[in-house]
Ligand binder design. Structure first.
Ligand code: ADP
Ligand code: GLC
Length: 469
């Protein structure tokens, strides 16, 4: 597998959670699995061995000198591609809100190095790439490397975690990424005159997956297809949805070591201590522990639906509740949350940051979890919330719709502030009756979204591709 992030090494969102857990779940099923990610600045080499000294990656006549490091993690070989001029930078994808101008080269090197690792260090039968950053590995196999005997019979799977990020670059990037005109046509990478790497992955992979059944349907419609719905409909025979799992070794209130107290459906007291710690953390009043506490942990982008929160913010703050939010991203939403906290001290607490410990504390300490997403391929936080007894309030879209139902949470369909507010009010009504509320919490906590089932689905997909060989 190749991807741009993997927990616990480098993470900005759910892709890292998947890369941290799915390979291990596949290894438990008996597969030999290796993953390849870039060695970013924040990744320490502790425990890694240098396994290849000078792996040359040639792109457009330029040699990128890479070194490969490896270590075992939960039964999986983790390869790091070290290339300081490309990856030794502040952010994974951008700095100060601006994408690195050479991202196509950075991820071309990741993709090309993945194939060299597959040639020299770890011979797979299946190459599984995630999102546009590693799509190029599949594209090379169908263009510049199509006659390379090493890779004959290698089957490819491409997982789309988010159609909103396509890796779209102006035409000159094609050569810089080591490609030629043979793949620059509307049936391959060309997209309105630009190069589109996600599109290339979708065109060339033997199988395409996305991270929920609902989203697999959604992306075939113009509303959620980001211009690729036609292609996805055309390739629907090769496309399927496989729901992400939750990594309960990291996300379980009974064993979570990042919490001030542990708890379970049978013994809920610890959750109250987490709530207290969370209120304290945000400087919110701790006198009335019965006051419902709503939590948000999110990348701040348009996808996540916070403009709906903006619409209802005054109404919401007028209710008897507290709201805490953790996230970072687009300045527009950072300002929105900062403004909310300033206008409603004592009710709203906000932390603009990336903070894993606090993410866990919010999952545990909040009573309700808000995800009003405009679209959501899978969404992991609502799945974690269920396990933590933190009742999710979600918009019925993609993976949110597939994982939350009326017996475990609250859903609304229309993308409007009024619909969100109605769902919040419905939740507050049930919360007022603590017996009903605890029954709702316990139903959610009893749900099992462990990786086992999803890993078995991937395993069956791989087997079907090899059968076809
Ligand atoms: P997405 O991948 O679209 O961001 P998901 O719900 O699938 O959404 O996954 C988000 C993951 O990233 C979760 O593990 C969540 O806890 C984590 N996360 C998001 N923002 C932050 C943050 N500011 N601090 C810590 N963890 C975060
Ligand atoms: C993407 C999606 C999210 C999904 C995650 C992991 O970032 O936005 O819904 O859970 O990938 O697949």
């Amino acid at each position: 597998m190749s991807a741009s992030e993997a927990a616990p090494f480098a993470k900005t969102g759910g892709l890292a959670d998947v890369m941290g857990a799915l390979p291990a779940a596949l290894a438990e099923l008996g597969h030999h699995v290796a993953i390849v990610i870039p060695r970013y600045r924040a990744i320490s080499l502790d425990g890694f061995d240098r396994v290849y000294d000078h792996l040359p990656v040639w792109l457009a006549g330029v040699s990128h000198r890479t070194e490969i490091f490896a270590r075992q993690e939960r039964g999986v070989t983790v390869f790091l591609v070290d290339c300081p001029p490309l990856y030794d930078r502040n952010g994974l994808y951008f700095s100060e809100g601006v994408d690195y101008a050479d991202n196509h080269v950075r991820f071309a090197v990741l993709s090309r190095a993945t194939l060299e690792i597959a040639r020299r260090l770890f011979r797979p039968q299946i190459l599984h790439c995630h999102d546009w950053q590693s799509a190029l590995a599949i594209i090379y196999l169908h263009s510049t490397l199509s006659r390379d005997p090493t890779f004959l019979g290698l089957r490819t799977v491409f997982t789309v975690h988010n159609l909103g990020y396509q890796g779209r670059f102006a035409r000159p990037a094609l050569e810089e990424a080591g490609l030629d005109m043979s793949v620059f046509h509307p049936g391959a990478l060309e997209f309105h005159g630009d190069m589109n790497l996600l599109k290339g992955g979708i065109c060339f992979a033997d199988a395409i997956t996305t991270v929920s059944k609902g989203y697999a349907r959604d992306i075939q419609t113009p509303e959620f297809g980001f211009g690729l719905d036609g292609l996805l409909r055309e390739r629907s025979y090769a496309l399927r949805g496989i729901l992400n799992g939750a990594d309960y070794s990291q996300w379980d209130p009974e064993t979570d070591r990042l919490l001030p107290a542990n708890y379970s459906a049978r013994k809920l007291e610890g959750k109250l201590r987490c709530k207290q710690a969370l209120l304290e953390e945000f400087g919110l009043p701790q006198e009335d522990m019965r006051r419902p506490l709503l939590g948000i942990v999110s990348r701040f982008t348009a996808q996540k639906g916070f403009d709906l929160l903006e619409e209802i913010s005054e109404e919401l703050a007028g209710e008897e509740l507290c709201l805490v939010a953790l996230g970072e991203g687009e300045p527009r939403y950072e300002d929105l949350f900062r403004g909310l906290a300033e206008r409603h001290p004592g009710t709203v607490g906000v932390r603009i940051a990336y903070d894993n410990r606090l993410a866990h504390l919010i999952e545990a300490g909040a009573d309700m979890f808000l995800m009003p997403s405009r679209y959501e391929p899978c969404g992991l936080n609502q799945i974690y919330s269920l396990r933590y007894g933190t009742v999710p309030i979600v918009r019925a879209t993609g993976g949110l719709d597939d994982t939350v139902d009326t017996s475990t949470g609250f859903k609304f369909s229309e993308y409007s502030g009024a619909a969100l507010m109605a769902a919040v009010r419905a939740a507050l009504d049930v919360y007022a009756n603590q017996d009903r509320w605890r029954a709702l919490m316990r139903r959610g906590m009893a749900k099992d979204f462990s990786w086992k089932t999803s890993a078995a689905e991937y395993s069956a997909l791989y087997a079907s591709l090899l059968d076809r060989a």
